[in-house]
Write a protein that binds this ligand. Structure first.
Ligand code: 3HC
Ligand code: NAI
Length: 707
């Protein structure tokens, strides 16, 4: 973490405002509860307890937020006393009322600290949550026992299993906080504390509050139903199940036993492989948008208005990202028909989300109201950030960029959403190559978190910084990549596709290949994914490259484009997205084996997984060697957020380090020999690291340990 104060003695301070002590945590940037903070809290609370002149205590935070949780960098290391649970016990046990004053975000251990206080107030903008599940753990300082006592087990299990935050208004309605303070928060909290004293209000320790548990104790059916729906599709994740178990303990066990069991489960999870991988991704995500050679002091450009060229599959989704983030956006099409179709889909998507309860219908209308559709290309002149999402054809892109250059504001940034094309060549059709870059969204663009930011050879630092800032603002996880065919994600995907196809010819069927990788933890396999994206899309991309995929192309030639035509590698019942094996596809595959003189054999799951994943790792290593990705962890972020790599396996490069690079190198050499395909040969970097018995992680000097 940056900006840590040099003097640990000042991270927690105590000042007396007449008869109320204000304990202030000041540990930038997010007031994480590292050891010095915990020790400081314990000391300040002891002092406040001992001071007879003090009648109440307020705990508040300096800077941008209340405590955002335990210090994640300390996980995996031996715990040092006082641990957070001990601090919470001191706070809870105080003989004078303690009030938490929450601003920003009270998360994880931060919310647990607040739950240990006798009362909680916040400002109107505060948000609260227990996001531990996203790190592969559960709240370990009483959260699973105290939150149900504050808001009821049903609401608590929902918050704890999803890890999502709630705002101050909802927190007040649920009983998580006692008041929303207008004006100065600390002063409001002091006044609130003083009133408690004057009115002789009891110390309200949540551990003793049982009323919100009563209904669930009597009939846990609703709780069970919510828990079941929250854990229905976990694909191997363990933490959510543990969260449910622990919340259930809140109404089935006495509080001390519940607390003890929570602590045991926490210890089990925090030392496990899943949490290690998830913590790694937490830091990797934040690293991926940092540019190693960014000059100091570079400021992003101001982006008040965006424009998107093309309202097709991607353009529509991209425009939604801007509108949802409150940024006005102009959508430009070539014909009224295409425009109306695109805007119609956007409206339908927003209305569907509102119906699902993601936001109100009024919010949906607000978002739609931020969009302007037009077929007048000149409308681009008002935009600060333009994203082109027209057909994937170089000549069309060049034409669009040439026109954009003439019409857009001089300092407007021009971005392309191309999947494969050379961003440098696209930039050359403008007189402002420094303001051109790639912003590669993933489908559906309004849902998928990943944003590959493609840095061209002329892209200016402030343009890159602006793309990162815009990416964050619209809720994406930006990862910076260099120019090459398919950038990082699609280039590695291609390595996987080649091997997937080869396995079909050797003896596997689509459902065997997909089944093995789904069992590994992916939401879907390569063939189901092709059916979803459209087999014609891949076929066109191969054609442009002058390469063939025997089976995929044969299937595309039959007009079987996947879900959109009801048939692809699988067959789909009308209205269904569930892939069903199709004997016609099996016949095509078997015929291809025969034509190639191959006797089909059963390929076991282990081999399928290795042959899908090891070539990707090899390609990833090559990408690093070429400097297309800055760090191995960037590649992992791309695969987790763009392609459904199971987060608890930490991404392909992290996974490779766990398996061991010498093993992967040897297996690839063997597969290359068998297939007589030099593309499978281990590349320079993989060979070198394997020889040195080194890891991909050793290539970066990260201080964020997750050991
Ligand atoms: N521990 C250590 N470092 C943390 C941290 C934490 N809990 N939370 C954030 N940081 C670091 C980030 O790595 C980043 O460091 P960098 O500047 O060197 O890259 C810096 O703080 C700023 O973080 P963000 O870039 O994420 O800042 P944002 O303003 O975008 O977001 C936030 C702020 C919403 C607080 C976000 O950082 C966040 O969600 N943090 C994690 C919250 C969390 O998971 N808390 C639970 C921790 S586990 C726990 O409490 C266990 C307990 O039950 C015992
Ligand atoms: P699409 O075919 O759905 O949409 C393209 C739209 O651009 C059409 O509506 C068309 O009318 C419009 N258009 C064409 N020329 C135009 C012009 N000169 N001015 C304004 N509008 C114009 O295509 P899709 O899938 O949205 O792809 C767009 C871009 O995004 C491509 O470069 C593609 O490679 C890339 N991409 C696609 C992904 C996907 O999964 N579909 C994923 C990531 C990137």
């Amino acid at each position: 973490m940056a900006e840590q104060p040099s003097n640990d003695a000042n991270v927690v301070t105590l000042r007396n405002e007449s008869d109320v002590a204000v304990v202030t945590i000041d540990n930038p940037p997010v007031n994480a509860l590292r050891h010095a903070v915990r020790a400081g809290l314990a000391a300040c609370f002891d002092k406040a307890e001992a001071d007879a002149a003090i009648k109440a205590v307020v705990v508040a935070c300096a800077g941008r937020t209340f405590v955002a949780g335990a210090d994640i960098t300390e996980f995996g290391k031996p715990p040092v006393s006082p641990i957070l649970a001990e601090v919470c016990k001191i706070v809870e046990g105080m003989s004078k009322p303690v009030v938490a004053a929450i601003h920003g975000t009270a998360l994880g251990g931060g919310l647990e600290l607040a739950l240990a206080c006798h009362y909680r107030v916040s400002d109107a903008g505060a948000r609260m949550g227990l996001p531990e599940v996203k790190l592969g753990i559960l709240p370990g300082a009483g959260g699973t026992q105290l939150l149900p006592r504050a808001i009821g087990p049903e609401e608590a299990v929902r918050m704890i299993v999803t890890g999502e935050m709630i705002g101050a208004k909802k927190a007040l309605a649920l009983g998580l906080i006692d008041a929303i303070v207008d004006g100065d928060l600390t002063q409001g909290a002091v006044a609130f504390a003083r009133k408690l004293v004057t009115e002789k209000k009891p110390l309200r320790r949540l551990r003793d509050q049982e009323d919100k548990l009563a209904a669930t104790r009597k009939d846990p059916k609703k709780f069970d139903e919510i828990a079941a729906s929250l854990t229905a599709r976990l694909r191997g994740l363990r933490a959510p199940v543990a969260c449910v178990e622990s919340v259930r303990n809140s109404f089935t066990l006495p509080v001390d036993e519940g607390m003890e069991r929570e602590r045991e489960i926490f210890r089990e999870l925090v030392t496990g492989d899943q949490s290690k991988a998830q913590r790694y991704i937490f830091f990797a995500e934040r690293e991926a948008s940092k540019v190693a050679d960014m000059p100091a002091g570079v400021k992003p450009r101001d982006v008040k208005r965006a424009a998107v060229i093309g309202a097709g599959t991607m353009g529509g989704g991209i425009a939604m990202c801007f509108a949802s983030a409150g940024i006005p956006v102009t959508v430009i099409e070539t014909s009224d028909e295409a425009l109306q179709r695109g805007l119609g889909i956007i409206r339908k998507n927003y209305e569907a989300s509102a119906k699902r309860g993601a936001f109100s219908m009024e919010d949906a209308e607000k978002r739609i109201g931020l969009m302007t559709g037009t077929i007048d290309f000149n409308a681009v002149k008002d935009a600060d950030f333009v994203i082109e999402a027209v057909f994937e054809e170089m000549d069309i892109k060049k034409d669009v960029f040439g026109r954009l250059d003439k019409i857009a504001k001089p300092d407007a940034i021009l971005a392309t959403n191309t999947s494969y094309l050379d961003v440098n060549v696209i930039a050359q059709s403008t007189m402002r190559q420094g303001s051109v870059l790639g912003t590669h969204f993933f489908s559906p663009a309004n849902v998928m978190r990943l944003l590959e930011i493609v840095r061209g050879k002329a892209t200016a630092p402030d343009v890159l910084a602006t793309a990162v800032a815009v990416g964050r603002k619209i809720g994406k996880v930006p990862a910076i990549v260099g120019v090459c065919h398919g950038f990082v994600g699609n280039r590695m995907l291609r390595a996987r596709s080649i091997e997937a196809e080869r396995m079909l010819i050797e003896g596997a069927l689509p459902q065997d290949v997909d089944g093995a990788i789904v069992e590994f933890g992916f939401p879907m396999g390569p063939f189901a994914m092709s059916d979803l994206a459209g087999i014609d899309v891949g076929a066109r991309a191969r054609k442009a490259l002058g390469v063939r995929a025997e089976i995929a192309d044969a299937i595309a030639d039959l007009g079987r484009y996947g879900q959109k035509t009801g048939r692809g590698f699988y067959i789909y019942n009308p209205g269904s997205r569930t892939p069903q094996p199709d004997p016609e596809v099996e016949a095509i595959i078997v015929a291809a084996s025969k034509k190639n003189g191959i006797t089909r054999r059963t390929i076991d799951k282990k081999e399928i997984v290795e042959r899908l994943i090891f070539p990707m790792i090899n390609e990833g290593a090559q990408i690093l060697e070429e400097g297309i990705a800055q760090r191995p962890s960037d590649i992992d972020v791309i695969w987790v957020y763009g392609y459904g790599w199971p987060i608890w396996r930490g991404g392909p490069m992290f996974y490779a380090d766990q398996i061991g690079l010498p093993y992967i190198r040897d297996r690839l050499a063997e597969y290359a020999k068998r297939a007589n395909d030099p593309r499978l040969e281990p590349g320079t970097m993989l060979n070198r690291l394997a020889d040195q018995k080194a890891t991909f992680a050793s290539l970066t000097d990260s201080k964020k340990t997750v050991a």
